[in-house]
Design a protein around this ligand. Structure first.
Ligand code: CA
Length: 238
């Protein structure tokens, strides 16, 4: 059965292009031109993925995303935001309110389709056992607070371990520096987002060959991505 994509976008020309391209790729497409309409459609007839523009005539895409994440029925809905070039703030806020990914306008349809497929694939991946997590050569014993790369145990501080497991638990989704600061450090005075960068660097060093799983999204944050090949050059995105 075709996967359903709901497009929330107010520019008719862009909607037509998206509708044409996604239909051609075998997706079933529905669309809404306002945030309110999109919100209603996403809730009454949940799609497999939502393609959400930030700038809408009534409520913003950020607000739509926030409201969907707040409702039990739609909190797991895959969402890709569409932001204008240069609007880095939208991207950061988008991830903070729970978007899975973003694309920058003007859109490359090819890139968009790759991202749509990647987000859908990640969402259908089976959840791993919470106690012992394994990605290729990386093994994490959550309960025992132990980590191995290949068969060598790597010693982490409590903070580094928390940083790693936070990224792993939210794998596939970008975590902004502010989110990490809040959730891992609990925001103590005097801490800046540079603290996060420093610790991620340390974490990567200790992870060695498995460090490639921790990706940087320049200017936004970090993401644990178990799909990158191990040992490849550190994956810096966007
Ligand atoms: Ca728009």
């Amino acid at each position: 059965m075709a996967e359903r994509i709901l497009i929330v976008e107010d520019e008719p020309d862009l909607v037509s292009i998206l509708e044409y391209s996604l239909t051609k790729e075998g997706f079933e497409v529905a669309f809404a031109h306002t945030g309110t309409e999109g919100l209603r459609m996403a809730q009454t007839s949940p799609p497999d993925l939502l393609l959400l523009d930030v700038m809408l005539p009534d409520i913003s895409g950020i607000e739509v995303c926030k409201q969907l994440r707040a409702a039990d029925s739609s909190k797991g809905l895959p969402i890709i935001m569409m932001t204008a070039r240069g609007e880095e703030v939208d991207r950061v806020v988008g991830f903070e309110v729970g978007a899975d990914d973003y694309v920058v306008k003007p859109l490359s349809v090819r890139e968009l389709i790759l991202r749509v497929r990647a987000v859908l694939r990640r969402r259908s991946a089976k959840p791993v056992e919470p106690e012992l997590v394994k990605f290729g050569r990386l093994r994490i014993d959550q309960a025992g607070h132990r980590v191995w790369v290949d068969d060598n145990e790597v010693v982490f501080t409590a903070l580094e371990f928390r940083l790693l497991t936070t990224l792993v638990e939210r794998r596939g989704r970008v975590q902004t520096r502010d989110t990490l600061l809040h959730d891992v450090w609990g925001v103590a005075p005097g801490l800046t987002t540079r603290t996060v960068d420093t610790h991620v660097r340390r974490l990567r060093k200790k992870l060695g060959q498995a460090a490639t799983y921790v990706q940087t999204l320049r200017g936004v944050g970090y993401r644990f991505n178990s799909e990158v090949p191990e040992g490849s050059v550190e994956g810096e995105l966007a």
